[in-house]
Write a protein that binds this ligand. Structure first.
Ligand SMILES: NC(=O)c1ccc[n+]([C@@H]2O[C@H](COP(=O)([O-])OP(=O)(O)OC[C@H]3O[C@@H](n4cnc5c(N)ncnc54)[C@H](O)[C@@H]3O)[C@@H](O)[C@H]2O)c1
Length: 391
């Protein structure tokens, strides 16, 4: 057995077990092109917790050939290579780039490391799928996007909440005016915080880039880009004990409240935190609360469960005031499939709703929230993205 994977705790066990089913769920989505697909040679960097969620999907995708794995802790890469039958293993990004040729880099490293690794991969002419965030600042992220464009390569970032059928249902209801004049939205995501790695609590970590990022992607996708925001941030638990570094001081917020103005009078509120009692921990399938709520003059939409693993959408309107549940079928969507979708896009030309422009707008929301909390002022945003996403 794989000691690294085992030491990564119950979350990995749960996610790995979930993925046994989840990977099967991707089959209907990819089946039409499976007869003779072009496989995108893929290198994966970062073989920690989330690689247990990505690698089963990548190695089952007909659009992907995982040719190499890399981790600063080489034993982790070796163990995943044994488990997923990958031929080449490297201890750092330069060796990976100089090694077995590949076209798509999947970056699953610490949040703070993404910017530098993504830059090196783009400079080397690779396409990049990055876990969130793509970079540490809007300016750096925009520079990466320009670099990708100059190289003729693609850059995408997690999360992929806008790809779910539940997102599409909500977007279509809003577009059709089912809620009347849209006024307000509220979204939340929290648990007691990761226990395995310190980077979640170090500078440029925090609950916003790890958790709020999902709600921010969903709400900007549903309500449009944010024009200005205010935020309050705090550290509730100043000291934590984590698997990789023992006792650490928490340097970034573990409790966040953001208030956002989407224009046209639409306001939203997102909260995230690493101090939220949550009986389901990191497992989304038993979460049935409305974690996204949108209210208008004629109706209400509530997303059942988390936006990364939604169970359905409940809608009530003037005409049908009792909540009715819709969009209960995942239609093959799983949160772990982002990099496989990117490979499919490269192989077939099929475009995703996920865009780097939206990911960078969400990154700017997070950095603006930090600025607002530090200065006590409202912050105007500079970036935007093409919206609406769903016709
Ligand atoms: N764990 C999850 O369930 C989960 C879910 C969704 C998203 N994510 C995101 O995935 C990313 C990774 O999270 P994780 O939980 O897997 O963390 P982790 O600490 O378990 O794994 C990260 C791995 O990256 C390696 N690494 C760090 N810097 C590196 C570098 N410069 N070169 C090569 N390897 C490097 C580390 O050695 C480690 O093995 C984060 O952005 C996180 O927000 C995690």
């Amino acid at each position: 057995m794989n000691p690294t994977v085992l030491s990564l705790s119950r979350r990995d066990f749960t996610k790995t077990a979930l993925l046994a089913g989840a990977a099967v769920a991707t089959v209907p989505f990819v089946a039409p092109a499976a007869a003779n697909p072009r496989r995108i040679r893929t290198g994966v960097i970062g073989c920690g917790s989330v690689s247990n969620s990505y690698l089963p999907v990548l190695t089952r995708s007909p659009f992907v050939e995982v040719v190499s794995l890399c981790d600063l802790k080489p034993e982790r890469a070796r163990q995943q290579a044994d488990r997923f039958k990958v031929g080449a293993v490297y201890p750092h990004v330069e060796a990976l780039l100089a090694g077995v040729p590949f076209d798509l880099l999947v970056d699953l490293t610490d949040m703070q490391a993404h910017e530098q690794i993504n830059r090196r991969a783009l400079e080397a002419g690779k396409h990049v799928w990055s876990e969130k965030p793509i970079a540490n600042t809007l300016a750096a992220g925009q520079e990466l996007l320009r670099l990708a464009q100059s190289k003729g390569t693609r850059l995408w970032g997690a999360p992929i909440t806008v790809q779910s059928p539940q997102f599409a249902f909500m977007a279509r209801q809003l577009r059709a005016g089912a809620l009347g004049r849209v006024a307000a939205a509220h979204a939340f995501y929290g648990h007691e915080g990761p226990s395995w790695s310190a980077f979640f609590y170090e500078k440029l970590g925090g609950s916003m880039p790890d958790l709020a990022v999902y709600n921010l992607t969903s709400l900007t996708g549903l309500l449009g880009p944010v024009q200005r925001l205010t935020a309050l941030l705090s550290i509730v638990t100043p000291e934590r004990t984590v698997d990789d570094k023992g006792k650490i001081q928490v340097a970034e917020e573990d409790n966040a409240m953001l208030l956002m103005d989407h224009g046209q009078g639409v306001l939203s509120h997102v909260q995230s935190g690493f101090n939220y009692f949550n009986p389901h921990g990191h497992d989304g399938k038993n979460e049935h609360r409305h974690t996204i709520q949108i209210t208008g003059s004629h109706g209400y939409l509530g997303l059942v469960g988390y936006d990364w693993e939604p169970q359905g959408v409940e809608l009530a309107t003037h005409d049908q005031p009792k909540l009715v549940r819709h969009a209960t079928d995942a239609q093959g969507y799983i949160w772990q499939q982002g990099a496989a979708l990117a490979a499919e896009c490269l192989a077939t030309g099929k475009e995703l709703l996920v865009t780097p422009e939206q990911a960078l707008h969400v990154l700017e929301i997070i950095t603006a929230a930090r600025e607002s909390a530090a200065t006590g002022r409202r912050v105007e945003l500079k970036s935007t993205f093409k919206w609406p996403l769903v016709a």
